[in-house]
Design a protein around this ligand. Structure first.
Ligand code: SF4
Length: 442
């Protein structure tokens, strides 16, 4: 395809996908393409897809059909986890020109050069078992340029029975520490005030090369030119060591916020899921964090309706969450993913019960969030604001700050009052503006 072509890109799924899409968008701009917002008229659309749930795949198919209906001439390129796992299924949807696998997405421009206008859809998907290269990317979150997602790791060597990610993204591999430091420094020079260390299994960083996440975090801590605050996107409980918790607690740089996938609070379901920890270990991690950082925000992912999950086992999960100082819950309804061990298990939970359980946990999650927000009222925090004047504190409280000058980005605030999902905050000092000038104390 020729430069001057209008290209738009759209992401489904995780933060890693967002980072990779933004990196592709950057590549398009560098090559003279005009990158337009997704939804605007364009000659080419790139969809970076997800396969974690059935819903994500369905959404992808709907989007392709919508583009085709509105604009039959637009070339559609589909990549990401869904493309890697079921390329033929995607290629059979009318309008798709090119399907690129996990590895091929980083060579998209070579494939585009050979894209002819009326040929049958082309599939370029290689086996993930052969992938050992790490493709680093970093990108601003959505189009706000507020937070940067820095990819430090990809793939996963675990074998959780419900998960397709190892099949879609391949084995665990990581960036070099020096490269992460250099990229983080550059992001700070570009003006980012928060960097989110992202990956599929971030805690596994460096596993293959004899390095470790702790080593990386210590290197970041010691690097003066990394001035942005650093958030760890998510970490498996069995990889969250006392040393990492202690470093985050003692550091001015790392955010007092952890996202620790739980998936279930039932010992028997965790075993069926082939997770690598017991509920006691999970509890010990949360308690350890709270002992040294009483105000830390702690998020958890939970799956409801896993095959064989009885009502009692579900209630074990409810009781487990209730007993822990968790601040945020991400609740997923189990869906059968082809090719996984879980999809072959007996004891399928009826869909209406899965939905009921989801609703119960969502309500519990709201209660937990409200309790956490309430515990934060009156405290001071540093909020990183988006143009909407909403944003996050270090410990991941979503705040709104009304009385700040337009363009204020990093603001010291006092948390005032809960309003729905948000906490209304009073500005105390603008630390940085979007255009980098510092403003005097308000
Ligand atoms: S840790 Fe388990 S759930 Fe997470 S990506 Fe790896 S296999 Fe999937």
């Amino acid at each position: 395809m020729l430069p001057q072509t209008r290209a738009s890109l759209h992401t489904l799924g995780c933060k890693l996908n967002y980072a990779e899409t933004s990196s592709m968008a950057h590549g398009f701009t560098e090559r003279g393409f005009s990158v337009v917002p997704f939804g605007d008229e364009s000659d080419l659309v790139v969809l970076n897809t997800c396969s974690v749930t059935e819903t994500a795949e369905k959404e992808c198919r709907q989007i392709i059909r919508r583009i085709r209906r509105r604009s039959p001439e637009t070339k559609i390129v589909v990549t990401g986890c869904y493309a890697q796992l079921r390329p033929e299924e995607i290629a059979s949807i009318e309008g798709v020109s090119l399907v690129l696998g996990t590895n091929e997405k980083f060579e998209i421009f070579e494939y585009l050069q050979n894209l002819s206008s009326d040929a049958a859809p082309r599939i370029a998907v290689s086996e993930v078992s052969g992938i050992d290269a790490f493709h680093g990317t970093s990108a601003a979150a959505s189009d706000e340029r507020t937070r940067a997602f820095l990819k430090i790791q990809d793939g996963c060597d675990y074998s959780c029975s419900f998960c397709t990610i190892p099949k879609a993204r391949g084995a665990s591999r990581s960036a070099e520490i020096n490269d992460v430091i250099a990229r983080a420094r550059q992001l700070c020079h570009e003006g980012f005030h928060e960097i989110i260390l992202s990956g599929v299994n971030v805690g596994d960083f460096g596993h293959r090369t004899g390095s470790s996440l702790l080593e990386l975090l210590l290197a970041i801590e010691g690097e003066d030119e990394i001035t942005a605050r650093i958030r760890i996107s998510s970490i498996e409980p069995n990889l969250l060591s006392d040393e990492i918790i202690a470093l985050v607690a003692s550091s001015e740089k790392f955010c007092s916020h952890f996202h620790i996938p739980m998936q279930s609070g039932s010992a028997s379901i965790l075993r069926l899921m082939q997770r690598r920890y017991h509920t006691e270990l999970y509890r010990s991690r949360v308690e350890r964090i709270k002992n040294v950082m009483p105000h830390a925000g702690i998020g958890a992912d939970v799956i409801v309706g896993f095959p064989g999950e009885t009502n009692d086992e579900f209630l074990d999960t409810v009781g487990f969450i209730e007993s822990l100082p968790i601040s945020f819950l991400h609740v997923f309804t189990y869906s059968e993913r082809p090719g996984t061990r879980a999809s072959q298990m007996s004891g399928s939970v009826p869909v209406h019960i899965r939905r009921d359980r989801n609703r119960t946990l969502r309500l519990l999650g709201e209660k937990k969030k409200r309790a956490f927000h309430t515990s934060q009222l009156g405290r001071e925090a540093i909020a990183l604001l988006e143009p909407s004047r909403e944003g996050y504190t270090e410990n991941y409280v979503r705040v709104r700050v009304d009385d700040v000058p337009h363009g204020s980005e990093l603001v010291r605030v006092r948390l005032g009052e809960c309003r729905g999902d948000l906490v209304m905050a009073e500005p105390l000092e603008v630390l940085a503006q979007r255009r980098e000038e510092l403003l005097p104390i308000l």
